[in-house]
Design a protein around this ligand. Structure first.
Ligand code: CP
Length: 320
């Protein structure tokens, strides 16, 4: 594996989940694999889970890790070609990425979308340039349109906790006060659509009118605008807010109650509740659910280590 950016970078979902669960059962079995190899984690945006779980995964494999908070500690990056850099940007991504590639054997990059120019965000211009110029394998730590380490984690968590061979999984839009990217729901959807193709899940997306995700990520999913109908028989409910794709980055008022609480959970098949975190209590998801027996959110966050570790393992094996 040279790049981990989308579900297309994984041939067989069952195989990678089983590899991850084997690492969870024996975390230090490959503690020499990454000896004398360096992972660089580059953040253009904040992070708790991605930062710590990916560092821990790398350390479990014996790697050295360096973290660069570009948003706070780096030079302001220019990403466009052919501009005279006489404004606020100080360093071009061509040199910055190339230099980081000189110091590291594998790089991870987090860069959120601007949510202003849909074509620019969905072209993944910054991420693709980083890959082109750094010259080493790259792991997405969340890009403008996807969060693959989170989605692999989510599939691992569903596999661990499912009670039936093909559980009903519902991605449920949730309220928020801010305009959030579509990266997590896009990514969760593309992973669940592939899992559905492989016979692993039955996948439904529920969102209010106007919050359709980009079709490229939802092929094969059942899509409804009625939350209660979607929740009927659900084994897993994946809660997440996102802003509009069609009216890009906009937030429409939603009158109906879309927050999952105990009353809504009674409509499900005693569903387990997931969220990538961070979560705003009693806005996106009821505190009574987060604190109750159906919540998987902390176990899900814990599994971030094994998703990162299996991806780094595959990249290191390719470097050897
Ligand atoms: N879920 C997730 O990616 O968390 P962080 O933004 O804290 O890394």
């Amino acid at each position: 594996m040279n790049t981990f950016f989308s579900v297309s970078d994984v041939e067989n979902l069952n195989a990678i989940v089983n590899d991850a669960l084997a690492l969870k059962a024996d975390p230090y079995s490959l503690s020499d694999l990454g000896k004398n190899k360096t992972l660089g984690l580059v953040f253009l945006n904040p992070s708790l889970r991605t930062r710590l779980s990916t560092q821990k995964a790398a350390m479990n494999l014996g790697m050295n890790v360096m973290v660069m908070n570009m948003d706070k500690d780096g030079w302001a990056l220019e990403t466009q070609d052919g501009v005279v850099m006489n404004g606020t940007t100080v360093e071009h991504i061509r040199e910055a990425a190339a230099v980081m590639g000189e110091y590291c054997d594998i790089l991870g990059l987090r860069s959120f979308p601007g949510l202003k120019d849909r074509d620019l965000d969905y072209s993944e211009d910054l991420f693709n340039k980083f890959i082109d110029y750094c010259g080493v394998p790259v792991v997405s730590l969340e890009s403008a349109t996807r969060h693959p380490l989170q989605s692999l984690t989510d599939l691992i968590t569903i596999t661990e906790h499912k009670q039936v061979a093909k559980p009903k999984v519902v991605l449920a839009w949730a309220p928020h006060i801010k305009a959030l990217p579509q990266a997590v729901p896009n990514s969760f959807s593309e992973w669940m659509c592939k899992a559905q193709e492989e016979g692993l899940v039955d996948f439904t997306i529920a969102h209010p009118v106007g919050y359709d995700l980009c079709d490229d990520f939802t092929k094969g999913a059942t899509i409804v605008n009625d939350l209660d109908a979607a929740l009927a028989g659900a084994d897993f409910v994946y809660v997440k807010n996102w802003s509009s794709y069609r009216d890009y980055g906009k937030v429409y008022p939603v009158i109906q109650n879309w927050m999952i609480d105990s009353a809504k959970l009674t409509k499900t098949n005693d569903a387990k509740v997931m969220h990538c975190l961070p979560v705003r209590r009693d806005l996106e998801l009821a505190a009574e659910v987060l604190d109750g027996p159906n919540s998987l959110v902390v176990k899900e966050a814990s599994n971030r280590v094994w998703a990162a570790q299996v991806v780094l393992k595959r990249m290191l094996e390719k470097l050897k």
